[in-house]
Design a protein. Sequence first.
Length: 240
Amino acid sequence: MNRLTQSMILVLLGGAVLRITTVSTTYLNYVKPGFRPFLIAAGVVVLALGVIGLVQEWRGASHDHDDHDDHDHPHTPGVAWLLTLPVFAIFLIAPPALGAFSAKSEEPQARPVAAAETYDALAAGQVNEMTIAEFTGRAWGEGAGSLAGQQVRLTGFAVPSAKKKDRWYLARIQIACCAADGVALKVAVLDAEMPPENTWVEVVGTWKRPPSGRLEPGTIAPELTAVSLTPIPQPVEPYE
């Protein structure tokens, strides 16, 4: 791989990063919204380095130096071509956000990131919209009583149970910074037929109190008795 090729890869990589952060919201499949300025800055720097390298090659500024390198030093290892994979992945494949495949495990759930110990009172006589993290946090904590008799609206994607054929979950991936640290938060949905796997839905329902009154944090998924279920497009921000 010569310097001209390296510069072209930098241009493509920088352009790919700028494409997913400035003309689309694809970057939200991988990181939190707050990382957008840093990604844009990184894309600009990488693109600029690539352009500078191309200009130098075209002007022949480093022609003699390159000839010396070609004769006295080995070429860049072929593994360097792996740097092109992120470029082609972004332009050709555009990996989707984490979904049902990442949430199928029946292992004990992770506790929601920064789950609050206390929550505000819910409004009576109306549907309270909340995240799955808040719902599980309430169901697992001292705020479990606040869910009693209250209708809530949760948004997530459908995940079948790996152990029980008649059970399915409404799930959402929660991330701290990027998809690599994502954890699946799940709520078992009762009295509603499961939509196709990985379908995004809004579910309105009421919390089903467990026989023990509350669940230990990080144990089994809390249950929601569904009143209505509405398929929706994937949200622009797929993670909580």
